[in-house]
Design a protein around this ligand. Structure first.
Ligand SMILES: Cc1cc2nc3c(=O)[nH]c(=O)nc-3n(C[C@H](O)[C@H](O)[C@H](O)COP(=O)(O)OP(=O)(O)OC[C@H]3O[C@@H](n4cnc5c(N)ncnc54)[C@H](O)[C@@H]3O)c2cc1C
Ligand SMILES: NC(=O)c1ccc[n+]([C@@H]2O[C@H](COP(=O)([O-])OP(=O)(O)OC[C@H]3O[C@@H](n4cnc5c(N)ncnc54)[C@H](OP(=O)(O)O)[C@@H]3O)[C@@H](O)[C@H]2O)c1
Length: 483
């Protein structure tokens, strides 16, 4: 049973004792069955909290892909293997005897939330953000205008993106947006192949990148250097890319020196690094950068208004120049002026954020915010329905933030269970769902099946000197899982 820290009042102890008595007299009939939709960090951390906090609850994790871990597998950059260590914790959760992983099951298609609510005491929607924001500007659909989300999926072996058509036979690239995803895309484009080939980057991407002619990457933001969305560690990494020079215009940052002292801590250090990089304060850096054959450049206060094409090919991006408005030093908004600027390029990435979508017609969904409307993880006006992760907050936050949110939703469910808000009556969990899936011939991938895929991917990687070679074809994944 979950016991919140620092609870010491007698009243609360009595409640906990009563709850414990109720739980310890739990019969197999009133064991709570919890279903989690999505096996990314939000799903796994919510599951972990429930399993830890309740002595009998059973948790099923439904995942639309035949493989677990969401963006830890398909988002986190291949040259950041240390970030993927969270998979060990998720694996421990999945191996808990009260946890069942069911891959290759798409909620909203193979089974519906209504079915799940009939079978489970509680249902948690943790299905992330599978789409991306668009700009709605002329030329956005031209070939070689690519969403960063698809590009990330392509180099990370996401089955739906393996056929992505990206022409790297160009010198200049524009990335729209200045978040960490934009930096991931820039870094993958500019990192020497001999470094990438030791990572788990997908082989099709590695081969295409080895023929790439990309020399220059512009990272363009609509606001100023005090508003960039990327973080210091990722910026520092960019300044140290072998054979690559950062270009940050002195005009853009020279007056930042006067305000740095007034900035809140993380922004302060980030701005210091932007300033120092622009001023080339270290001789070592300056001499390294002088020899570089590739470069990346930060451009500010530019909003894209049109993708310029010639004979169906991207030749550049037209921007309007913005002014920043607002009294606060950091929280400023961009207001367009009459002035325009064009940047020439042969490839454009739109990296302005991911987007969640409603997966089931009967689900409440706030289209404007792009989230499931909720109060601390409880879906509004839908008893027994919960949410966690990016689908509950919007597509921002690192794994640590998602962990905190996942734990909070788990605690809310434990609280509702202990207060008798949730009914266990007639809720038999996955047996009911398995019947539905089996009758439609759906092949479920269990966690032991995933172990086989994992083993095979590591084997294929070892042969070519990589930590793993991901299998990118769904039918092949299923074949390996069920051999
Ligand atoms: C490109 C990129 C790189 C990142 N790199 C880092 C990093 O280096 N470090 C860091 O700390 N954070 C990083 N993050 C942030 C981190 O990935 C997120 O905080 C986290 O993954 C959000 O977790 P989630 O569970 O909400 O969503 P997700 O990780 O997206 O998981 C959602 C899961 O739900 C599944 N799903 C979707 N629809 C359905 C359905 N209908 N039925 C069943 N299952 C479904 C999906 O397949 C997926 O497995 C990165 C994010 C991105 C986009
Ligand atoms: N290494 C890591 O830790 C890592 C790696 C990748 C991702 N992540 C995390 O994952 C989350 C998502 O990252 P993200 O980069 O997709 O999103 P993000 O951090 O929200 O950045 C989005 C960028 O797009 C810009 N933008 C949004 N709408 C725009 C528009 N209409 N026109 C022009 N620019 C626009 C934003 O500018 P404004 O600020 O002006 O809106 C911002 O620069 C973040 O929390 C990120 O830190 C972490």
């Amino acid at each position: 049973m979950y016991i919140p820290p620092r609870i010491c009042s007698r009243h609360l102890r009595q409640i906990l004792r009563k709850t414990f008595c109720r739980l310890s007299s739990t019969t197999s009939q009133d064991v709570p069955h919890v279903c989690i939709v999505g096996s990314g960090p939000a799903g796994f951390y919510t599951a972990q909290q429930i399993l830890k906090g309740h002595p009998a609850a059973k948790v099923d994790i439904l995942e639309k892909l035949p493989v677990p871990f969401g963006l830890v597998r398909f988002g986190v950059a291949p040259d950041h293997p240390e970030v993927k260590n969270v998979i060990h914790t998720f694996t421990t959760t999945a191996r808990n005897e009260r946890c069942t992983f069911m891959g290759n099951v798409e909620v909203g298609k193979d089974v519906f939330v209504e079915d799940l609510q009939r079978a489970y005491t509680a249902v948690v929607l943790s299905y992330g953000a599978d789409d991306d924001r668009t700009l709605a500007i002329k030329g956005e659909n031209a070939s070689n205008v690519i969403s960063a989300r698809s590009f990330v999926g392509w180099f990370n072996g996401l089955p739906q993106d393996r056929e992505l058509s990206v022409d790297l036979d160009v010198e200049n690239v524009v990335i729209l947006g200045q978040g960490n995803v934009a930096l991931d895309v820039a870094r993958i484009l500019l990192t020497p192949i001999n470094i990438l080939q030791k990572t788990d980057i997908s082989q099709h991407a590695l081969e295409a990148l080895s023929r790439s002619r990309v020399k220059k990457v512009y990272l363009v933001g609509r606001r100023g250097p005090l508003q960039v969305a990327f973080t210091i560690k990722e910026l520092r990494e960019m300044t140290r890319l072998p054979g690559c020079r950062p270009v940050i215009h002195k005009d853009d940052v020279y007056n930042l020196n006067q305000v740095i002292k007034d900035l809140p801590r993380p922004r302060k250090r980030l701005t210091e690094l932007l300033y120092k990089t622009s001023m080339e304060t270290s001789d070592a850096d300056a001499s390294l950068w002088a020899q570089a054959s590739k470069e990346w450049e930060l451009r500010f206060r530019l909003s894209p208004t049109e993708i310029i094409e010639k004979a169906g090919k991207v030749t550049g991006v037209k921007f309007c120049v913005n002014q920043l408005q607002g009294d606060d030093l950091v929280n400023k908004s961009a207001v367009s002026t009459e002035e325009t600027e064009d940047i020439e390029c042969g490839l454009v990435f739109r990296s302005i954020g991911y987007k969640s979508v409603p997966i089931d017609l009967g689900l409440p969904f706030d289209e404007r915010k792009g989230i499931i409307p909720n109060n601390k993880g409880r879906v509004l006006d839908r008893p027994g329905l919960y949410c966690s992760g990016w689908v509950s907050t919007g597509p921002v936050g690192v794994i640590l933030n998602t962990m905190t949110g996942g734990f909070e939703t788990g605690k809310i469910i434990l609280k509702d269970l202990s207060e008798g808000v949730l009914s266990t009556e007639g809720k038999q969990g996955n047996q009911m769902i398995k019947d539905v899936l089996q009758s439609s011939g759906k092949q479920i991938v269990t966690f032991s099946d995933w172990d086989k895929i994992d083993e095979e991917e590591i084997r294929r990687g070892t042969v070519i000197g990589k930590p793993r070679e991901k299998i990118v074809d769904i039918s092949e994944l299923l074949k390996v899982a069920h051999t």
